[in-house]
Write a protein that binds this ligand. Sequence first.
Ligand SMILES: [Ca+2]
Ligand SMILES: [Ca+2]
Ligand SMILES: [Ca+2]
Ligand SMILES: [Ca+2]
Length: 375
Amino acid sequence: MKDARRRRIEQREENKMRNKSGNRRWFQMSLIGVCLGISLLSVSDIQAGRITYVYDSLNRLTRAVYDKTTFTYTYDQTGNRLTKRATLTKPIGTVDFDADAKTDVAVYRTSTGVWFVIPSSTGISYGVLFGGDPSDKPASGDYDGDGKTDMAFYRSNEGIWHIAPSGGASPYGTSWGISTDIPVPGDYDGDGKTDIAVFRASNGGWYIVPSGGGTPYGVPWGLADDKPVPGDYDGDGKTDVAVYRASTAGWYIVPSGGGTSYGVGWGGDATDRLALGDYDGDRKTDIAVYRVSTGVWYIIPSSGGTPYAVGWGGDSTDKPVPGDYDGDRKSDVAVYRAGTGVWYITPSSGAPPYGVSWGGDPSDIPVSANPASMY
Ligand SMILES: [Ca+2]
Ligand SMILES: [Ca+2]
Ligand SMILES: [Ca+2]
Ligand SMILES: [Ca+2]
């Protein structure tokens, strides 16, 4: 249900977009060049009704997500709009260090603390020293909201998050969590910045620090031994709390948009790994598993098509690393073969599948849009 006030806000945005589609003033602040060519497509989004509006708890518009462009807004304390930032639209959580809206191949080597990245825009690889404890768990996300993925990890033996903002601010550490917690970073408040969050496997509790400034809070959801599968299942631009329970082969989801919590039966094989993504490109997370024993992916498109299976992988060391490697805003089926350090990627656009040798150290953890799926 949409109240009249929100509808008025949206009408204003859409009118501005229509009026200014030929006007470049908006785009001088950020991403000059990238957004100029796609402003007209945002107008076609208006016509097609394909815009996701995201509000904060004070009913202020924090983001407007068009098919190719996302606008993020910030406000001062009295509610006046401070900034407006344009970034490329991409599936929630995309690993994207260079902000070209394509997933980058990257591993975090816990033995040495080096992040090895192949940015999709240049293909010129690099390494960054940041971390280096065996208990580190990669937890990258866009914590500063500049559209680029920030290197980040949860040092579980100390319960400290370490984050290196891509925007150039100094790396910092924040205490949040205990040693058995699993990092579940996501944008739970929908402000376009990743929020620090952990899932406590011992009691099934979620503990979330909203980046937008609200009070940290807990959500009891899940049982001991459940696996966290946070995603945006209802497509409202906010991460939803969700778990996978192997014993019942059930996915249990709390839609952030306020609908009733629900369960979906999917998976159930002891070797299933969680491979959620947005395979149909409707900006809603699709439930999916990768069955290690057979090398088959099982995907339920959120847009309502028939669930389907894809054979891809098949080595016992394969880990699913779905992402949008080709930049068509649909997740691509992909595995990281830990035994040999090769990534095998099937572009959703239909381009030929290919492999990339990257990683291969026993301590390498692929940097994933779903960091929790690595554990
Ligand atoms: Ca956030
Ligand atoms: Ca959501
Ligand atoms: Ca989807
Ligand atoms: Ca894709």
